[in-house]
Design a binder for this molecule. Structure first.
Ligand code: GTQ
Ligand code: FE2
Length: 358
């Protein structure tokens, strides 16, 4: 309890009952929670294991149909600090989605921004505004807000992947709109490359016909071969004593809008990190929450007071201002997404690396 509190008395009790009855709350009893010296979010550091997630998604594939109404066979990660809400962090939704051979997820659109990241497998195309986008291992696929989208699996294998959306942020801010599209996906074609990639996916080359793109990236797919090559090149440059890595043995790239260099979507930042075997990152904390998925390799992760051994497919959530350290056992590849663009836009961003303000 803060200092300068009133002396207890029957009159004071009466005053507090009056506040309660009129839905009023005095600042002086709440100040510590409302205005902490540094962020103390309700969400907790937490890890979800791919080894346990995937069999549950497969079982859902047997028991739960996919179609209009439920819309998606997606199972959300619910952070234990958020009272049972299906939110990985206060602003971010993360889910495993599963589509069996021959299955279709119907088209819809919503104001929530979405992406897919593929940790393993292939065979599903996500159709974004009629443009079929192949989903394969290591790919990062975009569905920015208010674009119609559905998914189809024309292969003979089931496929699971992760979805990331700003569902909690949109929910809290009362900005959710949703519309059904066709019950069947508008294209069941299976091209190797989407039209969006053919238009926007050539390094440093912007189509002259196109207007300056709106808030979100027009590139629907970021292919693993490019991400992998960019990370390998950073580490090779380090071997040759040239700049490129973010810290010794730690390569990283950010997925960006090819026309602006900014984040892929207004509320979500996405990155890929590669650590050499044996490397430990400097402890880092920043305003905003994030979710990571181990793509390949094994290592140890420390978030605040929590420490986990992690490997292929494991997902973990990092609260705002919690200190994060990654230690690679083998070479360690990680996908990461966060809500940082929101805080940067509001000038509320802060980062500390190794205890030093950046
Ligand atoms: O695939 O369209 O995990 O609309 C949550 C909401 C996936 C999707 C989710 C969605 C989708
Ligand atoms: Fe959706």
């Amino acid at each position: 309890m803060a200092s300068n509190q009133p002396d207890p008395s029957p009159e004071l009790d009466e005053l507090y009952r009056g506040f309660e009855k009129e839905l009023l709350v005095p600042l002086w009893t709440e100040i510590g929670d409302l205005m902490p010296a540094s962020p103390s979010p309700a969400m907790r550091p937490h890890v979800w294991r791919w080894q346990t997630l995937l069999p549950l998604a497969e079982k859902a594939g047997e028991l739960v149909p996919v179609g209009r109404g439920g819309e998606r066979r997606a199972i959300a990660l619910a952070n234990p600090g958020l009272g049972g809400a299906p939110y990985a962090t206060p602003t971010l939704w993360a889910a495993i989605q599963y589509l069996g051979p021959g299955e279709n997820a119907p088209e819809h659109r919503h104001t929530q921004n979405a992406f897919r990241f593929v940790v393993e497998g292939e065979g599903v195309w996500t159709v974004v505004d009629g443009d079929p986008v192949a989903m394969r291992r290591g790919d990062f696929l975009l569905t920015p807000g208010w674009h119609f989208h559905g998914h189809h699996n024309t292969s003979r294998e089931p496929m699971a992947w992760i979805d990331g959306l700003d569902i909690p942020f949109v929910h809290y801010t009362g900005s959710a709109f949703f519309e059904f599209g066709p019950d069947q996906v508008s294209s069941t074609e299976t091209p190797d490359r989407s039209r969006a990639e053919r238009l926007w996916g050539h390094p440093g080359l912007r189509p002259v016909s196109q207007p300056a793109p709106a808030v979100s990236s027009p590139l629907a797919a970021y292919r693993w071969e490019h991400t992998d090559a960019a990370l390998s090149d950073q580490l090779a440059l380090e071997d040759e004593h040239h700049p490129g890595v973010v810290e010794p043995g730690h390569a990283a790239v950010r997925f960006t809008n090819p026309a602006t260099g900014g984040d892929v979507m207004p509320t979500i930042r996405a990155e890929f990190h590669r650590l050499r075997a044996g490397v430990e990152t400097a402890p880092r904390r920043e305003v905003g929450s994030s979710v990571w998925q181990v793509f390949e390799g094994a290592g140890t992760v420390r978030v605040g007071d929590a420490e986990w051994a992690v490997d292929h497919g494991d997902l973990f959530a990092v609260p705002s201002w919690a200190e994060l350290t990654l230690a690679a056992g083998t070479q360690l590849d990680l996908f990461r997404f966060s809500d940082t663009p929101v805080f940067e836009r509001l000038h509320a961003d802060r980062v500390q690396v190794g205890g030093q303000q950046r």
